[in-house]
Ligand binder design. Structure first.
Ligand code: ATP
Length: 339
């Protein structure tokens, strides 16, 4: 039975094996209607396989895939109300832009006038109405990616699957397309499931993110939760930059016997130690100063342990290499990651 609280996607005990490789291991996941959901993880962590299992390009070794409350585990891709945008666009070179966008409607048997009108509307949504009669070879990379998006949304799927769709674009265009994607998702209200290995992209775009590692979800949460409260060393290290101290290092530095992490922007540099209550001040020597434009990244050796500090110029000029400094932080900014 479907209701408004029915998840757009529900995966139960999903597993995929390729020979002896377990690409996806016993995965349970619910993605809400209208959510911008990202699957983030390093190469080989299983995120693309999950996307392909949802699309129906792969069949599960075990478990169930529900789309909008309906079991589609054994259904063919064209019997699932989802559409996929690939990194390489996969446009037909011999068709012009509008024919490419109308293609999905054509194979669904939609009449010519109706499908051209729907394709024109989708093209207008991605601001490409003026290029309708061009061939894909006459477009830039960003324009091709927009055509691929228009083609995917023209059939008005309930769920749009995006497999590293911005991977082939340069940084500037990528940032521009990120904003456009987010706007498009808000406007259409479609559930977006986005696969990326770029943590910044996942944090910027998503309502929630699943961090994958070795075929499992290591942590699922909002961007803020993942960043502020990483549940493991893997997440703390993969999402943003973190200082992660082993049990022996945290014993030396802060007198606790668990693995802890702290973000570089939570650390302050000063010439004198801070004696504020609840503040830890460690004496150290500057090993490296890396200019980042808006700030500098300073590596300080404290007790022979390198600590990364993001130093904003608001807090004074950057220290010189080999200078003696204090690294200070609030004890409450330490995140415990267990033993
Ligand atoms: P990437 O970011 O590199 O695409 P990913 O996180 O999406 O990585 P998957 O492509 O899902 O990872 O792969 C997960 C594991 O399954 C890897 O070990 C991969 O080698 C293996 N794998 C994926 N597809 C196949 C296949 N068709 N045949 C055999 N092994 C596969």
């Amino acid at each position: 039975m479907r209701s408004d609280t029915t998840p757009a996607i529900k995966l139960v005990g999903l597993q995929k094996k390729f020979g002896s490789t377990i690409a996806v291991e016993n995965l349970d996941l619910e993605i809400r209607q209208g959510e911008f959901f990202s699957m983030l993880g390093p190469s080989g962590s299983g995120k693309t396989t999950v996307l392909r299992l949802i699309a129906g390009f792969e069949l599960a070794s075990a478990g169930t895939v529900f789309l909008d409350g309906k079991d589609v585990t054994q259904s063919a891709p064209f019997d699932r109300d989802v559409n996929t945008v690939f990194q390489d666009y996969a446009l037909f070179p011999h068709m012009n832009v509008i024919e490419n966008v109308a293609y999905g409607l054509r194979v669904r048997g939609v009449g010519k006038a109706e499908r051209l009108a729907a394709a024109a509307e989708a093209l207008a949504t991605v601001q490409l109405a003026a290029l309708a009669s061009r061939k894909p070879s006459e477009l830039s990379g960003g324009q091709r990616q927009r055509v691929a998006l228009a083609r995917a949304i023209a059939v008005r799927p309930k769920v749009l699957l995006l497999d590293e769709p911005l991977g082939a674009l340069d940084l500037k265009l990528r940032e521009q397309m990120q904003i456009e994607l987010k706007e498009l998702q808000r406007k259409l209200g479609i559930t977006f499931i986005f696969v990326t290995h770029d943590q910044e992209e996942a944090l910027t775009l998503s309502d929630r993110v699943a961090v994958f590692n070795n075929g499992r979800i290591e942590q699922l949460g909002t961007p803020r939760e993942l960043y502020e409260e990483p549940a493991s060393s893997f997440v703390a290290g993969f999402v943003g930059t973190s200082n992660i101290f082993s049990t022996s290092e945290s014993q030396k530095l802060v007198g606790t016997s668990s693995v802890v992490s702290i973000r570089p922007e939570r650390l302050r540099l000063s010439e004198a130690a801070s004696h504020d209550t609840g503040t830890v001040s460690l004496a150290g020597q500057v090993q490296e100063v890396i200019y980042l434009g808006a700030a500098v990244r300073v590596i300080v050796l404290c007790e022979q342990i390198p600590i990364t500090v993001l130093h904003q110029f608001d807090y004074g000029p950057a220290p010189e290499r080999e200078a003696s400094v204090f690294v200070s932080f609030k004890r409450t900014d330490l995140v415990s990651l267990g033993n």
